[in-house]
Ligand binder design. Structure first.
Ligand code: AMP
Length: 246
């Protein structure tokens, strides 16, 4: 699914200068893992990275939500877990990601958003990638800011763009600025579920971050900055790592 770039159409903004990316032919694969709490902007940043480096954005949460919407076997299997904001089993997630990374469009790399969530998943990913280089970027945002952000996060029921409603007092009356569709709250963005998802993140994320932290390809970005600044910081980190690899 495409996701909001952080700025609705019609609102002027200027991106910080970022150098043009190397084309996929003149560089190695760009394998990126974005880590961060729900609502930290991983999805928004993943969309931008996918465009910049011409790689697929693989959001495990979106793959699961699409399966629930389509009523597939997978969707029926995970619907309750998603509704509660708990984690789907490692075996299921690992099989799903292994299959997705085996598809031909990942030849130039990929940006993973929402996986790995546990150390078992991180180890499985190491195994799938083997010697292929991987960059892990942690987008840090404090819990209080996450809760505030999720309160205004909506998804368009027509074009599926994720965005933030501007009118916090009447958040359910704004149409989608892109297509005029209805902006609805994701069921797992209900405040109670958000708190559960944050607690789940707190429980599982620390060991995953510890798994990666000592690697030279691990970096932390301040997710409280404007989405454009986060994007510029992430692109600069990836470009630096790419130049070290060449
Ligand atoms: P997200 O959109 O990444 O916040 O994911 C939404 C929901 O999908 C999560 O709350 C989990 O229920 C499930 N999910 C997504 N990715 C994973 C994963 N790697 N491991 C376990 N559950 C996941």
């Amino acid at each position: 699914m495409s996701q909001c770039r952080g700025v609705p159409p019609g609102i002027p903004h200027s991106d910080p200068p970022v150098t043009p990316p190397l084309s996929p032919d003149s560089r190695g694969p760009v394998n990126v893992v974005l880590v961060g709490p729900p609502g930290s902007g991983k999805g928004t940043q993943a969309v931008r990275l996918a465009e910049r480096y011409e790689i697929p954005h693989i959001s495990t949460g979106e793959i699961l939500r699409a399966a629930v919407r389509a009523g597939t076997d997978l969707g029926r299997q995970v619907a309750d877990t998603l509704a509660k904001g708990s984690l789907v089993s490692d075996d299921l997630m690992t099989d799903l990601v292994r299959a997705r990374l085996g598809e031909p469009d990942t030849g130039n790399g990929f940006v993973l958003d929402g996986f790995p969530r546990t150390v078992a998943q991180a180890r499985a990913l190491d195994e799938v990638l083997g010697p292929s280089p991987m960059m892990v970027i942690l987008i840090e945002v404090p819990d209080a800011d996450i809760v505030r952000r999720m309160g205004t996060r909506r998804v368009c029921d027509s074009c599926r763009l994720t965005q933030s409603v501007a009118d916090v007092f009447h958040p359910d009356t704004e149409p989608c600025p892109y297509c005029g569709g209805n902006l609805v709250r994701r069921p797992d963005d209900e405040p109670e579920t958000v708190r559960h998802r944050l607690a789940t993140y707190a429980q599982y994320a620390a060991p995953v971050i510890a798994h990666y932290r000592s690697r030279p390809s691990f970096a932390v970005v301040d997710g409280l900055q404007h989405a454009d600044k986060v994007a510029a910081a992430v692109a600069a980190l990836i470009d630096r790592l790419l130049s070290q690899q060449s």
